[in-house]
Design a protein around this ligand. Structure first.
Ligand SMILES: Nc1nc2c(c(=O)[nH]1)N[C@H]1C(S)=C(S)[C@@H](COP(=O)(O)OP(=O)(O)OC[C@H]3O[C@@H](n4cnc5c(=O)[nH]c(N)nc54)[C@H](O)[C@@H]3O)O[C@H]1N2
Ligand SMILES: Nc1nc2c(c(=O)[nH]1)N[C@H]1C(S)=C(S)[C@@H](COP(=O)(O)OP(=O)(O)OC[C@H]3O[C@@H](n4cnc5c(=O)[nH]c(N)nc54)[C@H](O)[C@@H]3O)O[C@H]1N2
Ligand code: SF4
Ligand SMILES: [Mo]
Length: 690
């Protein structure tokens, strides 16, 4: 028997853990964590361990298909690509290039090949409408930090003495960071952990837990700054040397005394004072924000910005264990110059560009309006890869309606997702285990740019193709061949690695575990904002009509902002807390994972459950102004009373039947997914006849 251990990485989520794939006679039989991987240190989660079941799932798409009147018909790659090319050309000829939307999901963040080739294609085709999960996740934080520091400094909590964790359950969503935090705690280097979360997450057991009302984190931060500044605990020297706007900030935070903030946040005033003192005096300290739990609010951009301001006011910038600036070196840039602005630019101009820096993305939350209302112009076609927007975007019914109204939809995926079901042509993409490429970790779980070779582990399943090949062959058929010159994966790898200075040979022979390609330097003072200082007060925001210093803005629906609605919908709803078994809508039906987490669970405090006649394990309804779902109740003392927390990504109890595409964060266009209002009740038993 031929047995091989192949070192590669897993990109089923942002952590991109190093793996050892054990292959026997050409078949993947087991996946283990790679111990020498410097970021994941051998960590692997249940999803990573289930990779063999995922990759060989009987539900994998095997060949291209087209929709005919009654169902799906198998077709050849030639027919699939010819049809797609013809339809895309028709759309371009009839409505102009901007009538096509190119959509990349979360996979486009982890998988640079997928994202880069999608960007290449849309550039040659000429549409500005690249839509992506960055329209509701993560870019908000990047923008907020850029707007404050001029760059994107990143936390390195494993070197901090104190961490202030806002809405991130590292045990479930960021296992590699989690492992490093627990190690720092066990070794005694980390002294203080403050967890701000409506739920008691495991990390909260290692420190102080602040149970906050969802959607009020900015108020809490302003209250903490009120205490820090009124007690003189700010870092005066740092502020004087490197920041502007402190005087205005000092005045501004006077409006947020702890007692007032306590009423807003449901956090006792004495706790606000206590954690403010700890955060300001235990150095180095780092805020560790959730990756989307701070973003997906009406005021999410400002929620991210206040974190940046807190880091600066306490002098925790560009010091070990604070937030640190790292040179950004883009690997394999396949973008082409853009011709016009995408949808959302008018409503959210800074999401598109500021200080001459242009983002490649349109705002996906305006996709349905463009399709269904022709606002600002009609979108007629969609090419979707590595995403499942029919389930993961807010207001799923409207997204599905929009998809159905399109002239043409092509989806490339591994599975027949709810999004793929709405397509005219479905193409089978192969998974990352079936192709080679470049693995890349930077920005969330790691603060130094790092790359490794992603090695092909097994042959492609069925007739599936790697994403680069799908785009390349489609491009050729549309007459764009000169823009897609790559014939082999090695050429693409070399192209991507180019800017890093690392070579394929080095990564094959010397560093199969990967290597860093930039150095961490703790240099204070290089802030490329217009003022060349850290902007506590942002003139750019002021000039664009936004708050120059963050203030608390209530969620659009809340006990305070809509008391009448609160009478009818008296429970606060938060959605999308991650569980270890699934990434968004992926991996359902994988036996080992299904056994561990067979169904979605709505978490509720027992007191709140009792109030509405609900017991543990009851089927309940969760209803918002938008829609209603059926889901099983799980009572837990860990959650703040008055709240229900439901997961996302389940097609049959879809959280996004309950969410809405409006209102949006004025700066970024992100929508509210973390602080809504709902009512709950025991579901009527389903009659046997039904
Ligand atoms: N297993 C798994 N891991 C993943 C993913 C996945 O799908 N599955 N997805 C990846 C992606 S794309 C992302 S964006 C990240 C998301 O990662 P994060 O945004 O860090 O989300 P979670 O780790 O799920 O933690 C969310 C926590 O926020 C709390 N919370 C909810 N609302 C609020 C609020 O208003 N304020 C505060 N302070 N807390 C709140 C919840 O109770 C929960 O404990 O995870 C990544 N990792
Ligand atoms: N209510 C609510 N909704 C949310 C969230 C929430 O917290 N609450 N979180 C939001 C966040 S932060 C995010 S990032 C989004 C994620 O939203 P999506 O990116 O739409 O979610 P996924 O389910 O991960 O979709 C990825 C798809 O890519 C496919 N795929 C896997 N590998 C490959 C590949 O190599 N090639 C191709 N072509 N396809 C591949 C998978 O089968 C899957 O269908 O969800 C958002 N939706
Ligand atoms: S946390 Fe799990 S799913 Fe995510 S990259 Fe690591 S092993 Fe893969
Ligand atoms: Mo995300």
């Amino acid at each position: 028997m031929a047995r091989e251990v192949i070192k590669s990485d897993c990109i089923l989520c942002i952590n991109s853990c190093g793996i050892e794939a054990i292959v026997e006679d050409g078949k993947l039989v087991k996946v283990e964590g790679m111990k020498e991987h410097p970021i994941s240190d051998g960590v692997i989660c249940p999803r990573g361990a289930a990779l063999p079941e995922w990759v060989y799932s009987p539900d994998r798409l095997q060949y291209p298909m087209k929709k005919d009147g009654t169902g799906w018909e198998r077709i050849s790659w030639d027919e699939a690509l010819d049809t797609t090319a013809k339809k895309l050309q028709e759309i371009k000829d009839k409505y102009g290039a901007k009538a096509l939307a190119v959509y990349t999901g979360s996979l486009g963040t982890e998988n640079i090949e997928l994202a880069a080739f999608a960007q290449r294609f849309r550039g040659v085709y000429g549409t500005p409408n690249l839509l992506s999960v960055e329209g509701n996740c993560f870019r908000s934080r990047i923008m907020a930090r850029q707007m404050t520091f001029g760059g994107y400094p990143i936390e390195e909590p494993w070197n901090s003495k104190c961490i202030l964790v806002f809405g991130t359950n590292v045990d479930n969503s960021k296992v590699t960071v989690g492992a490093k935090i627990y190690k720092a705690l066990d070794e005694g280097n980390m002294k203080q952990v403050i967890v701000v979360d409506p739920k008691r997450i495991p990390l909260a057991d290692r420190g102080i837990h602040i149970k906050i009302r969802p959607g009020t984190d900015t108020a809490l931060c302003l209250g903490m700054l009120n205490v820090i500044i009124s007690e003189g605990l700010e870092d005066k020297e740092f502020i004087e040397k490197y920041t502007i706007g402190f005087d205005k900030l000092r005045e501004h935070v006077k409006e947020y005394p702890p007692e007032k903030v306590s009423e807003i946040t449901w956090v006792p005033a004495e706790d606000i004072v206590k954690i403010a003192r700890i955060f300001a005096t235990t150095k180095p300290a780092s805020i560790v924000p959730g990756t989307c739990s701070i973003d997906q609010h009406i005021n999410g951009f400002q929620g991210n910005r206040i974190h940046a301001i807190m880091q600066a006011v306490t002098g925790n910038v560009d010091v070990p264990g604070g937030w640190v600036s790292i040179p950004f070196i883009r690997l394999g840039d396949l973008r082409l110059t853009e011709i016009s602005d995408p949808i959302g630019t008018k409503q959210h101009p800074l999401f598109r560009r500021f200080w001459g820096r242009t983002s490649p993305y349109g705002q996906q939350m305006l996709f349905a309006d463009a399709v269904l209302k022709g606002d600002p112009y009609p979108i007629k076609g969609l090419v979707c890869t590595g995403g499942n927007p029919a389930v993961t975007l807010p207001d799923s019914p409207r997204i599905r309606e929009a998809m159905k109204a399109l002239d043409f939809v092509m989806v490339a995926d591994l599975f027949m997702t709810d999004t793929a079901k709405l397509a005219d042509i479905v193409l089978p993409a192969c998974s990352f285990l079936e192709k080679s490429g470049v693995g890349y970790v930077y920005g969330v779980t790691n603060c130094i740019p790092y790359a490794m070779l992603r090695k092909q582990v097994i042959k492609p399943i069925g007739e599936s193709w790697p994403d680069w090949k799908i785009w390349t062959e489609l491009g050729k058929r549309m007459g764009y061949g000169e823009y897609f010159p790559w014939e082999k994966e090695e050429e693409i790898i070399d192209f991507f690695l180019g800017p890093s200075g690392l070579t394929r040979e080095q990564l094959t022979k010397e560093h199969p575990e990967g290597a860093y390609y930039a150095k961490k330097k703790y240099i204070q003072g290089r802030y490329s904002t217009p003022s060349k200082k850290i902007e506590l007060y942002s003139q750019t925001l002021a000039e664009n009509g936004y708050d120059p210093i963050p203030r608390h803005v209530e969620p659009s629906k809340s006990p305070i902002s809509s008391p009448e609605l609160y009478k009818k919908y008296p429970v606060i709803l938060t959605t999308g807390s991650r569980i270890p078994e699934y990434t968004h809508s992926q991996l359902r039906g994988i036996p080992t994972l299904e056994k561990r987490a067979p169904e979605p669970l709505a978490e509720i405090h027992p007191e709140t459950a009792k109030k509405y006649g609900i017991s543990d394990n009851d089927m309940i309804t969760v209803e918002t102004v938008k829609g209603k779902i059926h889901i099983k109740a799980r009572t837990t003392e860990d959650l703040l009373p008055g709240i229900v927390s439901i997961p996302h990504g389940w097609a049959n109890a879809n959280a996004n039947e309950l969410t809405e595409l409006e209102p949006r964060d004025p700066v970024t266009g992100y929508t509210e997914m973390k602080a809504l209002l709902c009512r709950i009740g025991k579901a009527e038993p389903v009659s046997k006849a039904a």
